[in-house]
Design a protein around this ligand. Structure first.
Ligand code: NIG
Ligand code: FE
Length: 418
C-alpha cells in the first residue's frame, strides 16, 4: 500500500542517519522536480526526481499531491521544550522588563517554583489538554517531533504525573506531533529542600530516577550556579546513566560553570543553551560528539547574548536549534522566529539552520536513524512550504512559510485559507 505520493516538489534535505557536524551542516541536497512516496506504514519508499518515480507507486497511491514546485523539507524537530506546565507567569515577564533578573526572581521563590506550585494542583489530563493547544500550533509551524520535559513537579508523584501527561499526548490517536519524553526532576531545588541541595540530589538518585526508568528516554539537569553545580550534577548524571537514561544538560545558560565540559565528560547526547560556554567546553563537546542545542528565543527573551553558533560549527560540533518553549524564560514556540534569529544574529547560514532544525534536532533526541531527512527508510514527516525557495524562511522574518505538514505520510496540518 502506498499512502501518499507528492510530485513536482523542490526537495530540500540534509542527508544521513546521524548529526552533521561542522561544515557538513551546510551541505543540503536539493532535488529539482522531486517526488516522495510513503508506504502504508508511513515510511519513505522513494525520494528522488519525479521523472524516475516508479509508475507503480503513483498508480497505487491513496493520495497524490502536486506540490507545484514548492519546497518540501523534513518535518522540524523541536528538541528542547518544557511543553507541560501549570499556570502562566506574565507578571514575572513584566518584572524582567523592568530590570529584575531571571535568577533573582528564582531565588525569591518565583520562577520555576511558581510553575511547580501550579503544576502540582493540576491533573495529568488537564496538563495534557493544555499542552495539546501548544502542540497544535507547533504543528502548524512545521514541527513533527517535539521533546517534552518534566521538571515542574520536583516531587516524585508530580514528576510521574507529568510523564503520564506526556504519554497521554504521545498515545493520542492521530496525534499530529511525535513526542520524546525527558525526565527533569533536577530543574530546580524544590522549596521543601531549600538549602539542602545534596539531600534533594540523594532523593532523585534513590527514588525519582528509578521510578521514571523506562518512562523517559532522557534525563536532564539545570546545571547552573546556585542551582545544581558541577559536583551535584555529575552525581545525578552518573546515576541516571547507570539506570539507562541518555543524558541532556541545561549548560552554561546564565553563567559559565563548566556545564559543557561536564556534558562531554558524562557522554551526554546534547548540551543545551550554552550562551556562556567556554572555549574548552566547545572543544570537549566537539571531541566527544555532543550535540550543541542552541535556543535563540531564550537569549532574545532574556536579553542575553546569543550562543556562539559559529564557534561551535568551526570547531566541528553538531548544532541543533530548538525553541525552549516554557512559561518562564522563553514563552514562545516560534519556529519562524528561531530560524530568523539563528540566521540574523547567530550568523548561521540558512542551509546550516535547516540542518540544525531537522537532522541535528533528530540526533539530539536520539532519532536520527528514523527522522530528520527525506530519504528512503525514514518516516515520511514533511513540511511543504508556500514558496519555491527555501531562502524565504529567514527572509520572511518571524512569519510562517508553512503550507502543509505531513507526519508518517498523513496530512496533519493545512494552513491554506479556504
Ligand atoms: O530552559 N533554565 C531552566 N529551564 C528553563 C526555564 C524554565 C522556566 O523558567 O520555567 C530554560 O530556560
Ligand atoms: Fe529549557
Amino acid at each position: 500500500m502506498i499512502r501518499l505520493v507528492i510530485t513536482n516538489a523542490r526537495i530540500v534535505t540534509p542527508e544521513g542517519s546521524g548529526a552533521l557536524r561542522g561544515e557538513a551542516m551546510g551541505r543540503i541536497s536539493v532535488i529539482e522536480n522531486g517526488a516522495v512516496a510513503a508506504d502504508g506504514e508511513g515510511r519513505i519508499v522513494y525520494a528522488g526526481p519525479t521523472a524516475e518515480l516508479p509508475a507503480q507507486l503513483l498508480s497505487e497511491a491513496e493520495t497524490t499531491v502536486d506540490a507545484g514546485g514548492r519546497v518540501l523539507l523534513p518535518g522540524f524537530v523541536d528538541s528542547h521544550t518544557h511543553l507541560i506546565f501549570g499556570g502562566y507567569r506574565p507578571d514575572e515577564f513584566q518584572w524582567r522588563l523592568s530590570g529584575d533578573t531571571y535568577m533573582s526572581i528564582m531565588e525569591r521563590g518565583g520562577g520555576i517554583q511558581s510553575t511547580v506550585n501550579a503544576t502540582r494542583t493540576e491533573s495529568a489530563r488537564e496538563l495534557a489538554d493544555k499542552a495539546q493547544w501548544f502542540l497544535d500550533r507547533m504543528s502548524q509551524m512545521g514541527v513533527t517531533t517535539v521533546e517534552a520535559k518534566t521538571g515542574y513537579g520536583l516531587d516524585t508523584a508530580t514528576e510521574l504525573k507529568m510523564l503520564d501527561a506526556i504519554s497521554m499526548l504521545a498515545e493520542k490517536p492521530g496525534q499530529r506531533v511525535g513526542i520524546v519524553p525527558t525526565f527533569l526532576p533536577a530543574h530546580a531545588v524544590p522549596k521543601e529542600y531549600k538549602g539542602r541541595t545534596a539531600e534533594y540530589v540523594d532523593l532523585m538518585i534513590r527514588e525519582m530516577l528509578p521510578a521514571a526508568k523506562g518512562k523517559a528516554r532522557f534525563a536532564d539537569i539545570f546545571t547552573e550556579k546556585n542551582v545544581f553545580e558541577i559536583e551535584d550534577s555529575r552525581r545525578y548524571l552518573q546515576a541516571a546513566k547507570e539506570l539507562g537514561f541518555d543524558l541532556k544538560l541545561h549548560a552554561d545558560e546564565i553563567v559559565q560553570l563548566g556545564g559543557a565540559e561536564l556534558a562531554a565528560e558524562t557522554g551526554a547526547v546534547s548540551a543545551d543553551h550554552l550562551l556562556h560556554v567556554s572555549d574548552q567546553g566547545i572543544a570537549d563537546m566537539a571531541e566527544k560528539g555532543v550535540v550543541a542545542t542552541l535556543l535563540p528565543l531564550t537569549a532574545f527573551a532574556l536579553r542575553e547574548p546569543y550562543a556562539p553558533a559559529r564557534k561551535f560549527i568551526e570547531a566541528g560540533c553538531a548544532v541543533a536549534l530548538a525553541t525552549d518553549l516554557n512559561p518562564g524564560s522563553c514563552f514562545s514556540g516560534s519556529i519562524p522566529l528561531t530560524i530568523a534569529l539563528a540566521c540574523i544574529y547567530m550568523h548561521m547560514s540558512i542551509e546550516e539552520t535547516i540542518t540544525a532544525i531537522t537532522l541535528n534536532g533528530a540526533a539530539a533526541v536520539g532519532l536520527a536513524e528514523s527522522i530528520g531527512s527525506l530519504e528512503p527508510g525514514k518516516q515520511a514527516d514533511m513540511v511543504l512550504l508556500e514558496f519555491d525557495n527555501y531562502r524565504m524562511l529567514p527572509y520572511y522574518v518571524g512569519m510562517n512559510c508553512v503550507r502543509s505538514v505531513y507526519r508518517g505520510g498523513r496530512l496533519v496540518s493545512d494552513n491554506r485559507i479556504r
